[in-house]
Design a protein around this ligand. Structure first.
Ligand code: RB5
Length: 149
């Protein structure tokens, strides 16, 4: 399978169940899933989990990354520190679609304590189905990239 259908999943302890549900959902829809865990409920540090997923996306090994923690916020902040990563937290399908269409996001973050499983799966589907529109949005994404030092 090509990297264009490979997605990396990663979470902290607060989002294990939801991450596993997303993994099953994606595999059913022909995505190759690289799941960085964890599977045990012991408390772990979300920055490490966010960074590990972000590195696989930034290197091109995975086309997209989907990361989760309690709010989705902390792990998103960590992922966005990795050069080349554009990750947004989404709790609705409109935003999930727009961060692909306008911001060319390559990672999606979800708060497992914020959204239920049904909505989370819809958010994932909206994100993966949308495409970057380019044009004036490309100029703006280039401006984001130019902020990387
Ligand atoms: C862990 O308790 C929690 O802080 C974490 O999952 C996340 O919400 C941080 O942003």
């Amino acid at each position: 399978m090509t990297t264009s259908k490979r997605v990396v999943l990663s979470s902290d302890h607060a989002a294990i169940q939801l991450r596993q549900a997303i993994a099953v959902h994606l595999a059913r829809h022909d995505w190759e899933v690289i799941d960085l865990g964890p599977d045990k409920p012991d408390s772990i540090h979300y920055p490490k989990q966010g960074e590990a997923a972000a590195r696989l996306v930034a290197s091109g090994d995975c086309r997209f990354g989907i990361i989760l923690c309690g709010t989705g916020q902390g792990i998103m902040m960590a992922a966005n520190k990795v050069r080349g990563i554009r990750c947004g937290v989404c709790a609705d399908t409109f935003s999930a679609r727009m961060i692909r269409q306008h911001n060319d996001a390559n990672m999606l973050s979800i708060g497992a304590r914020v959204v239920g499983e049904g909505l989370a799966l819809d958010i994932v589907d909206a994100f993966l189905a949308a495409s970057f529109e380019g044009g004036r949005h490309a100029t703006r994404v280039e401006m984001i990239t130019a902020l990387e030092v």
